[in-house]
Design a protein around this ligand. Structure first.
Ligand code: P6P
Length: 339
């Protein structure tokens, strides 16, 4: 039977095609990714009109991170909670906006295969100044027995156990990029039909690049090896693989997405004030580490591969270095040189 050679164009078609390639798959992961895409479309509507309606500004509360909660944060969190709780693929969630894990504990959810961790709207401090922001998500297969409520251990697995991870970037266009072990694919929202359409098939992180992303304001608080690498980046010229350019938007999804496509390195090191840095392991570092490694890059915390780190709590922080393989290896040489 010849297979019909259909042009796969939408996220739904793509995830269904993945099912056809894996007949034994239950389809739960495909459904989960479509659910996430639906929530993203709803959030996108609000993000796009943020300047016009009373959804800007603070919600008047402070979240578990001690950060002022923007109204869009809450809206985005509730959208993901809604689609994941009422879908059939997710047994529970962990969110940047919520103090603890949420175990759905209903008959359908208790039989679901996956748990999801997400940052519903990362970079939300940029909402009021119209800078790109994003959603980040991480999907694990539960290790607790199906038929019972999921447990904390389902969420506290090393990042290498992820089955999928991705992000949505609400920028000049709205894109959803996600990775499974089969590859990284990007879908751009076609507003005319309200569908994410395959625009960046099989994304590969360039082996090298000329963009380095770091907050120079903390430079003198970084460890010596990191400072030496940043110095080297600034001294690059045509004779030694440069010139390099420094690009730092202050919105992780935007910075890491740009480097994933063009090549580059993103660094959020620990500092003397905050040795663990600012970024969260479970729903910021792990998903981007998974995506970047599948695309051919590297990601570490400065001492070990991010995906090998054994988590202990939902909101734990980690220093984070991610990007093109050869740039990451040059950074690692600078760390080795000062040991
Ligand atoms: P800094 C946004 O608040 C965020 O969590 C990331 O999206 C971003 O990369 C980082 O913080 C920026 O932090 O300390 O450089 O302003």
């Amino acid at each position: 039977m010849s297979t019909i050679n259909r042009k796969i164009s939408t996220l739904d078609e793509f995830t269904i095609q993945q099912l056809r390639d894996f007949p034994h798959a239950t389809g739960e992961l495909s459904r989960l990714l479509r659910d996430i895409g639906l929530a993203a479309k709803r959030i996108n509507v609000e993000v796009n009109k943020a300047g016009l309606v009373d959804i800007l500004g603070d919600y008047g509360t402070v979240n578990v991170q001690g950060e002022d909660v923007k109204k869009l944060d809450i809206f985005a969190n509730n959208q993901f909670m809604g689609v994941l709780r009422h879908g059939i693929s997710c047994a529970g969630i962990g969110s940047e906006e919520m103090d603890d894990f949420v175990i759905f504990d209903d008959e359908i959810s208790n039989h679901s295969k996956y748990v999801v961790l997400f940052d519903p709207l990362d970079g939300s401090g940029n909402i009021d100044v119209n800078v790109s922001i994003g959603t980040i998500f991480s999907v694990f297969p539960r290790i607790s027995p199906k038929g019972q409520p999921c447990t904390r251990e389902d969420f506290l697995q090393p990042g290498k156990k992820q089955v999928a991870a991705g992000y949505i970037i609400y920028g000049s266009s709205t894109m959803m990029v996600y990775a499974t072990r089969r590859g990284v694919n990007g879908f751009t929202l076609d507003q005319s039909i309200g569908e994410f359409c395959l625009s960046h098939p099989d994304i590969k992180c360039p082996e090298s690049g000329r963009i380095y992303s770091v907050n120079h304001g903390n430079f003198f608080q970084y460890e010596e090896g990191t400072r030496n690498y940043i110095d080297t980046c600034q001294k690059k010229d045509k004779t030694n693989g440069g010139p390099y350019t420094q690009r730092y938007i202050g919105s992780m999804v935007a910075d890491v997405h740009r480097n994933l496509i063009k090549g580059g390195i993103f660094m959020y090191p620990g500092t003397t004030d905050k040795p663990k840095g600012k970024l969260r392991l479970l729903y910021e570092c792990n998903p981007f580490a998974f995506i970047t490694e599948v695309a051919g890059g590297k990601a570490t915390d400065g001492r070990q591969r991010i995906l090998d780190v054994q988590p202990t709590e939902l909101h734990q922080r980690s220093p984070f270095f991610v990007g093109s393989r050869s740039m990451m290896e040059e950074l690692e040489h600078h760390w080795q040189a000062v040991k």
